[in-house]
Design a protein around this ligand. Structure first.
Ligand SMILES: [Zn+2]
Length: 281
């Protein structure tokens, strides 16, 4: 059997970059009927990606629900070819389920980093907590942070779907990856959207193309030592995070960690967000 016939593909799914979604009312419990619509749109984009994979390979597919409390995808509605990682909290959060056995990673429904002009619902992990995350001198969003978790395991990120801003962000990090823009933001909470049927068709085709060319893409990694500089929304958050071992205070709102391993650095970032949220004003 050739390698192509038994690929293992990891799919991380967020919600803000799903086709048709422009507001947090569609991604959480505040507006139940809109959230229900958002969940249906979400599984539509994911199932299109799975069909795109299956057009190329009878792959083993793991889908990781990576939005909010991470129980947005309904197992019974997901394409039966995939297994589903849901629930939180858990290590690696949006990337839970990845390991060194995978051949490629895909990100579906992703959004741009905090502060991106014309980035729909832009934020970095926690909009109320984090202003910016800079790793080894590069400011990154969830795409870069999570691509490096895949890269740590030797897995290349080969495909990203979301709004135009996140596709540009991904292309600036990784050469030769495929992207599909399903909407173009007008402001942080308004966008011109493709019809979801059209978006799904483009995702399906794009994922197939990306898989065929996956060997052109190198895993995305940061070299140790890993320096993570985190700017929080206010100085009280930094006051609390400063209690963490190895935390260095840079200024009023900024803390730095230097660690010898990327997953440890990611763990420090996530733990600091739990601490910062606990004292949020
Ligand atoms: Zn999200």
């Amino acid at each position: 059997m050739s390698e192509e016939s038994h690929l293992k593909i990891f799919v991380s799914v967020d919600m803000e970059g799903i086709s048709g979604i422009v507001d947090w009312g569609q991604t959480g419990f505040k507006e139940p009927s809109e959230y229900e619509r958002g969940r249906n749109l979400m599984v539509g984009d994911v199932n299109a990606a799975i069909e795109g994979i299956l057009n190329v390979s009878k792959a083993e597919i793991v889908v990781s629900d990576g939005h909010g409390f991470m129980r947005n995808l309904k197992a019974e509605e997901l394409h039966e070819a995939a297994t589903l990682v849901i629930g939180s909290p858990k290590p690696l959060t949006q990337m839970a389920g990845i390991n060194t056995g995978f051949h490629a990673a895909l990100f579906i429904g992703y959004h741009s980093k905090m502060g991106t002009r014309d980035g729909i619902l832009n934020h970095t992990i926690s909009g109320r907590t984090i202003d910016s995350v800079t790793i080894n001198g590069n400011e990154v969003g969830e795409t870069g942070i999570n691509a490096a978790i895949a890269g740590y395991h030797g897995v290349p990120l080969i495909f990203v779907s979301g709004d135009l801003a996140v596709t540009k962000e991904a292309e600036s990090l990784i050469s030769n990856l495929h992207t599909v823009s399903v909407k173009e933001a007008i402001t942080r909470k308004a966008a011109k959207c493709l019809n979801p049927k059209r978006a799904r068709e483009l995702i399906k085709i794009g994922v197939s193309e990306a898989l065929k060319k996956r060997k052109l893409i190198k895993p995305y990694t940061f070299k140790a030592p890993i320096e993570v500089v985190i700017k929080y929304a206010n100085s009280l958050m930094a006051d609390a995070v400063e209690f963490m071992p190895l935390a260095e205070r840079v200024n009023g709102r900024t803390i730095k960690f230097v660690l010898d391993d990327y997953l440890k650095a990611f763990g420090a970032l996530r733990a600091s967000i739990y601490i910062a949220r606990a004292v949020a004003d």
